[in-house]
Design a protein around this ligand. Sequence first.
Ligand code: SF4
Ligand code: FES
Length: 249
Amino acid sequence: MKLTLKVWRQKNNADQGKFVSYPVEGISKDMSFLEMMDVLNEQLTEKGEDPVHFDHDCREGICGMCSMYINGKPHGPQQTTTCQLHMRSFNDGETITIEPWRAKAFPVVKDLVVDRSSFDRIIQAGGYVSVNTGGVPDANEIPIPKKIADEAFDAATCIGCGACVAACKNASAMLFTSAKISQLSMLPQGQVERKERAEKMIAQMDAEGFGACTNTGACAAECPKGISLTNIARMNREYFSAVVSSENV
Ligand code: SF4
Ligand code: FES
């Protein structure tokens, strides 16, 4: 395949940034999108030019690092991560536009790399269990109904990629935050800090500058892990019950 890549180049956060077009050749339909970006970077390096900076780690769809808009959609035309997107989803001769996530809470570091430490700070605010659980218990010592275990596991599959924020017209982080709150609120181990967790994580989410949810559902439609909007409803219930019980103390 021959392609034209229209790539966002930005030296640093202070730089205004601009699109630069690059032709690439010899792309196989079986390459992943990131492998295609590697080909571009080899070409740029051979010419002595600065390669395009982009994040990646696992290249297996589990770390959530490979964030970028492809033709205006988070992670491109398929509901998957960029590293799991293959060039067979594109046509020979196509022009592909590639940009970094656009959200106030995800400032651009360089080119396609954004700073997603705002997500880390939301987790630090309450996305953990700090009680001493002692040694490793037998797997069946705390029976958890299958339906609840499955729902908690589904919520836990969120990889923190930020596509939900990138897809949302309000740059809301409610799908991400709700997945993290849900996964702990449904399990016995998460009960001790359940109330303060919802309040603290939502307060941090707001402090980071993420927008509000207006129930459009673009987040769930683009989420590579299929995190459900049900988690947002559960997070709202967690929050209101925490606030009401704090006021009654
Ligand atoms: S909810 Fe989905 S889109 Fe959002 S960070 Fe988690 S995995 Fe990514
Ligand atoms: S590089 Fe890890 S999810 Fe894509």
